[in-house]
Design a protein around this ligand. Structure first.
Ligand SMILES: Nc1ncnc2c1ncn2[C@@H]1O[C@H](COP(=O)(O)OP(=O)(O)OP(=O)(O)O)[C@@H](O)[C@H]1O
Ligand SMILES: [Mg+2]
Length: 332
């Protein structure tokens, strides 16, 4: 029987799980393309390593930007490599399920379906990320009580009201890890006159970032470049500065959640929030975020054991443990 593969193409990470091998892919969502030949050389971590080994000879392309499809040929190439890693053989083409946001249009889904079919998939179906995550958290797709799922990733925040295996309302914004990193870079450029890379900003945020004040480190040292003379410069960034730089993005995340709550019919609000809020996506692991959001909303906020892989794990559970997935797993 052909293998089932579940893929979540994110702005920063691509995660894939295969029925045969388990969690196979969990790495940067990029492909490395040769500048001279246009050939795709590698994906993910290998692509990043190649850029360091042979700089100037390849470009890194991201198929997804701000949570939306941005480069279809790149997604096709990435999909091909992911399917191959999951163990596709010439005789048995894999059945693929792609986890998507409720904002994705039918046109985009059709384009992704065709791209992945030509990359080795025998069939391509779709499941909503929030529905899959709620199944992972134990909410049955036949449960009308539902759940409120807040996905805070690298390129987007998407808030979905899930009920009966579908999304009845959603809101989204570009607030996420990357907008925090941009805010940190802007603050250092304006206030300290130092330019740093996106990866240095992410490192600062991961080490010294927190919402409430309990970060891993009170200060982090990184290397940047003086904005005036371009000379290398080492700077120490304090946790307080990081917190201040990220404040507006945090407020944006809070507004997206309250906007979704205000869109839901009042008679459903109690049911949807009776389990509290399910916070998923990599940024859910930011120190103090879950507690801060919970306090501001007056609701319990829970984070699954791995908020980055719960979507593919939930989708896998859905296809293998629930007999009736009609209307939940979408065939385009
Ligand atoms: N321990 C952590 N603390 C804080 N932030 C983290 C942690 N681990 C990962 N992140 C952040 O989570 C983000 C990546 O999350 P995720 O993999 O869910 O995004 P994505 O699915 O690629 O993006 P999107 O869903 O927005 O398209 C990055 O910005 C990363 O810096
Ligand atoms: Mg994501």
């Amino acid at each position: 029987m052909a293998d089932d593969i579940v893929i979540d193409f994110g702005t920063e990470n691509v995660v894939a799980l295969s029925a045969k091998k388990g969690l196979v892919v969990n790495e940067p969502s990029i492909i490395a393309r040769s500048i001279s030949t246009g050939k795709v050389l590698a994906m993910g971590r290998r692509g990043l390593a190649m850029q360091e080994e042979i700089p100037g000879s390849l470009i890194l392309v991201r198929p997804v930007v701000n949570g939306s499809l941005s480069d279809l040929p790149a997604l096709q190439s990435l999909g091909k490599m992911v399917i191959k890693r999951c163990g596709r053989s010439k005789l048995h083409r894999s059945k693929v399920i792609v986890c998507v946001s409720p904002a994705m249009s039918s046109l985009e889904k059709r384009a992704i379906r065709d791209a992945l079919r030509s990359s080795g998939a025998s069939s391509v179906r779709f499941v909503l990320q929030a529905v899959a995550a709620s199944v992972y958290a134990g909410v049955s797709p036949s449960d009308a009580t539902g759940a409120l799922v807040v996905d805070v990733g690298a390129g987007k925040t998407c808030v979905s009201a899930v009920s009966l295996g579908g999304v009845i309302d959603y809101t989204s914004s570009h607030a996420g890890g990357e907008s925090m990193d941009n805010a940190i870079r802007k603050m250092l450029r304006n206030q300290r006159g130092v330019v740093i890379s996106s990866s240095a900003a992410e490192e600062i945020r991961m080490m010294a970032g927190s919402v409430s004040g309990s970060s891993i480190h009170e200060a982090v040292e990184v290397i940047g470049y003086n904005a005036l003379d371009g000379q290398k410069e080492s700077i120490v960034v304090k946790a307080d500065e990081v917190r201040m730089a990220c404040e507006l993005v945090l407020e944006d995340i809070f507004s997206v959640v309250s906007d979704c709550l205000s869109k839901i019919p009042p008679e459903l609000t109690y049911d949807l929030t009776s389990r509290g809020i399910l916070l998923i996506g990599g940024l859910a692991m930011m120190n103090g975020l879950a507690e801060w959001l919970g306090e501001k909303l007056g609701l319990v906020v829970s984070v699954p054991d791995d908020p980055r892989t719960c979507i593919v794990k939930g989708a896998y559970r859905l296809i293998h443990m629930h007999s009736n997935t009609r209307g939940i797993i979408e065939e385009i």
